[in-house]
Design a protein around this ligand. Structure first.
Ligand code: PLP
Length: 395
């Protein structure tokens, strides 16, 4: 059994392309050409070179002495926080902007939650000289203002979205609507492994550089390419998809996906999709989805804007139902505590999203020889307000 998508974009029963007829031209164009383009030698060479010289890859794999002592295991941190623009999102936007140029597109749209994908998109658009419009929920515009300012300085137009609970799901709806209305000149740079085929597979491939590097770096540091555990947080699931990718078919590697439990899985304010969701269709693909008995989307909640989404990508839905990955969840408070702990023990301020992955270290019983890789998907600059109010409340 393979955990990769088939050629129709299915991961087991999940995935596919459930789209209105007006999106056919755009989506079919991508479906028909994405593999040929991204697997061509020219594309791969340019992609690789930009990842290295522009984004700063490979990102370090850092052995954390102090977390290792504390959790009685060998803990490595994959430092996606050190990438240009501060998270793993740049890997995907570099790939997609190269694709958009090959397709002759002149206008780029994107959705964003925490603003990391918006900033990464605005960044590659500045470099490519392409128009950029970023849809962002009005609540997220308010809680992630440093990233909003950056996008504007980079020349992007940020369009606040006032529907729903004014977060990522709503921004994604608006981006899809824009794409339907502008089918010819516009490419939609989707920021996670969600959406209609080919997005989940395409974004996973661009992010797979994370696990490609982990294998090489572990080999160099430990003499063995595979760890015992890979731990990553899941919003839509792109950093986890990248960190898991080259380990998917090796059952000796335990894959741990961490969702946002918000104020608690049973509090009515959470984003723990696998714990609360059922199969449904959102944003063009079939996956697990938080919904009412009659199929209305339940508004998600997480303090972390990047995890505040009522679904997960189809790859992860399949990893969940096949039990290939174990799904845990961390509350706002558990994530805040984990972020403060890493900051004080290692001098690394992680993104609030990544702090959910770190919180999982508290929940697993390791053996002393276990090699554990935690994907630190981004840095915490954008979250200083939340961190400061938490930090003051603990004093
Ligand atoms: C966007 C974001 C996430 C969540 O998105 P995934 O697609 O699940 O990776 C996690 N961490 C950071 C730092 C982000 O910016």
């Amino acid at each position: 059994m393979s955990y990769q998508s088939d050629d129709k974009g299915y991961y087991g029963e999940f995935g596919g392309a459930f789209i209105p007829e007006m999106m056919y031209p755009n989506v079919h164009q991508l479906q028909n050409c994405y593999l040929e383009i991204i697997e061509s030698d020219d594309f791969r060479q340019e992609f690789k070179q930009l990842l290295r010289d522009y984004a700063g890859r490979p990102s370090p794999l850092y052995y954390s002495d102090r977390l290792s002592d504390h959790y009685y295991a060998k803990i490595y941190l994959k430092r996606e926080d050190l990438n240009h623009t501060g998270s793993h999102k740049i890997n995907n936007t570099i790939g997609q902007i190269l694709l958009a140029k090959q397709l002759g597109k002149t206008r780029i749209i994107a959705e964003t939650g925490a603003g990391q994908h918006g900033v990464a998109t605005a960044t590659v658009c500045a470099r490519a000289g392409l128009d950029c419009i970023v849809y962002m929920g009005a609540l997220d515009v308010a809680r992630q203002s440093p990233n909003v300012e950056k996008m504007k300085m980079l020349g992007a137009e940020v369009r606040p979205v006032f529907s729903g609970n004014k977060t990522l799901k709503d921004a994604t709806n608006e981006a899809i609507r824009d794409w339907i209305n502008n089918p010819v000149d516009t490419h939609y740079i989707l920021g996670s492994v969600v959406g209609p085929h080919p997005y989940p597979d395409m974004v996973a491939r661009f992010q797979s550089v994370i696990s490609e590097e982990i294998r090489m770096q572990l080999l160099e540091k430990t003499g063995k390419e595979t760890p015992d555990y890979v731990i990553a947080c899941v919003g839509g699931g792109s950093n986890a998809a990248g960190a898991f990718y080259h380990f998917l078919d090796d059952p000796t590697v335990k894959l741990i996906a961490v969702e946002a439990a918000g104020k608690g899985v049973d509090s009515g304010e959470s984003a723990a999709t696998t714990q609360l969701g059922r199969t449904g269709v959102l944003h063009g693909s079939k996956s697990l989805l938080m919904q009412t008995p009659d199929g209305q989307i339940v508004e998600p909640y997480s303090l972390s804007a990047g995890l505040d989404y009522p679904g997960i990508g189809p790859m992860h839905a399949n990893l969940f139902v096949t039990k290939r990955a174990q799904f845990l969840s961390a509350t706002d408070d558990e994530a805040l505590r984990a972020a403060l702990y890493l900051t004080q023990k290692e001098g690394i301020i992680p993104a609030l999203e990544s702090a959910h992955a770190l919180a999982a270290l508290e929940m697993i019983e390791f053996k002393p020889d276990d090699v554990v890789v935690v994907n630190v998907s981004g840095r915490g600059d954008k979250d200083m307000e939340a961190y400061l109010s938490y930090y003051q409340s603990t004093k």
